[in-house]
Ligand binder design. Structure first.
Ligand code: ATP
Length: 454
């Protein structure tokens, strides 16, 4: 398939059609940049998160897990710099009443004349840019006026810094070591979202890796390579991924070096993950604001220091979107168009679908027996409704790597057909051998045709 066959519209349509991801609050007309994940979307998302945890704490012994609160003490955001500096410059148009990101005017459409950018028509009446904080505010306490203003976290990282001392106390680790967490973050984004690329609430997978200051650069390079490789291991084409170092004027206030992992989305190369060298900025800031010492004392060398921090910060939604775009394929088979997701089996929401060819002659009963034997071991699905062709198409579109079909011969000799999603190869396998055969194939190194091409 030509890489440009995939468009954002096709991904959005497939996600809706198969119930992976769809607009939230749809019965009320939707709500800006907010989506819900249906059954297959939840399973896909969970597989992405599991793969991340595997890379962080399954495959290594120098990282521990954390799940910190979404609402933290409001002084957190004073110390982190978010209250003062986590802003976008916004411009209002007094004519159409719309609000625009001042730094994105060239990509945005004017409210009155869709073919023009804001400010391009004589009627446009734009205000000066004003800084607008991206944090969502809310209140603790029953009375708004008397309550305390708090914020929904705009990143999960700060919870890790707040707990640095506590974790150091029980984790039996010393630098270099990391603290990882996955959870929701919230940003009041006004730029149109491009599906789940930019949403108001989104899950982040963040890890803060605390290192002796003189090892920071070497660990930054280590994590750049590790994180790029992780996406390749999820089956994403290596030539659709790149590392892009930030220019000096792009760097965040806390960072001495940042590189983004970018993916070639249908909207062009865009950030999938940021990998920053945050230096000692966060621990020093929180130490100053809280009065707590946030440092490490090395009993062996007698050295006391504030660790530097390397942070790989990834988005779950952007990873799901990259995986979907990369797996999307269309091809013609026997004169018919087939749409499929060539997902890595590790990420596929359903690993095997069990399908009786017809809904009679004892086929559903045997298919149920096969399904019950598989489902304890694999994420399996049973489907007996509709023509077999339609059922295959449905499984192809949600990326199911294997379909097992029960036909009249199955009742005679207890063999079934295993259909492979990518090659469409079909093979007869004895029912009793199915769990071993499928289990073996799912853990074997997997090469989709697209990776073989790359
Ligand atoms: P962008 O420049 O695209 O707004 P960012 O540089 O502000 O992103 P970070 O603060 O580095 O993003 O956040 C780390 C990761 O969290 C991003 O690489 C992305 O995967 C994810 N992320 C950030 N903002 C959003 C959002 N609004 N919707 C979905 N994912 C997001």
């Amino acid at each position: 398939m030509a890489a440009d066959a995939v468009t954002m519209d096709k991904i959005v349509a497939l996600c809706k059609r198969r119930g992976l991801i769809f607009p939230a609050s749809e019965i009320y007309g939707g709500i800006a940049n907010t989506y819900d994940y249906g059954h297959y979307g939840v399973l896909l998302k969970r597989n992405v998160i599991d793969a991340w945890w595997q890379a962080m704490i399954g495959d290594r012994t120098d990282i521990v897990a954390l799940d910190s609160a979404i609402i933290q003490h409001p002084r957190t955001w004073e110390a982190s710099g978010h209250l003062a500096g986590f802003t976008d410059p916004l411009i209002d148009c007094k004519t159409c009443g719309q609000r625009f990101r001042a730094d994105h005017l060239g990509e945005l459409q004017c409210g009155r004349k869709p073919s023009k950018h804001p400010g391009e028509t004589p009627e446009c009446d734009l205000t000066e840019a004003r800084e607008f904080n991206l944090m969502f505010e809310t209140t603790i306490g029953p009375v708004k006026e008397a309550g305390a203003t708090v914020y929904l976290r705009p990143e999960t990282a700060q919870g890790i810094f707040l707990d640095f001392k506590t974790v150091l106390g029980f984790a039996r680790k010393k630098p270099p070591f990391g603290i990882a967490q996955v959870g929701k973050s919230f940003r009041n984004e006004i730029t149109p979202g491009n599906f789940v690329f930019r949403t108001l609430e989104f899950e982040q997978m963040e890890m803060e890796f605390f290192v002796p200051p003189d090892e920071a650069q070497q660990w930054h390079e280590h994590w750049l390579a590790e994180r790029l490789d992780w996406y390749v291991r999820l089956g994403i084409r290596p030539d659709h991924l790149k590392l892009r170092p930030h220019d000096a004027d792009e760097l965040s206030h806390y960072s001495s070096a940042t590189s983004d992992v970018e993916y070639l989305y249908p909207i062009g190369w865009s950030e999938l993950e940021g990998i920053a060298n945050r230096g000692d900025f966060d621990l020093t800031q929180h130490a100053q604001h809280s009065g707590e010492k946030l440092e490490y004392f090395d009993t062996a060398s007698g050295q006391r220091y504030v660790p530097h921090v390397i942070e790989p910060a990834a988005g779950v939604g952007r990873t799901v979107l990259a995986v979907l775009c990369d797996a999307y394929d269309e091809e013609e088979v026997a004169g018919e168009q087939r749409t499929l997701l060539r997902l890595h089996p590790r990420l596929a929401p359903i690993k095997v679908a069990v399908l009786p060819l017809v809904r009679k002659d004892g086929q559903p009963e045997l298919a149920q027996e096969v399904f019950q034997a598989l489902r304890g071991q694999l994420q399996a699905e049973y489907d007996e409704g509709g023509s077999i062709g339609k059922r295959y198409r449905r499984q192809d579109e949600i990326g199911t790597p294997f379909c097992v079909t029960i036909d009249h011969q199955s009742l005679e000799d207890r063999t079934v057909t295993v259909r492979e999603r990518d090659s469409l190869a079909q093979e007869r396998v004895a029912v009793d051998e199915l769990p071993a055969v499928l289990g073996g194939r799912l853990v074997a190194p997997w090469q989709t045709p697209k990776l073989a091409e790359a």
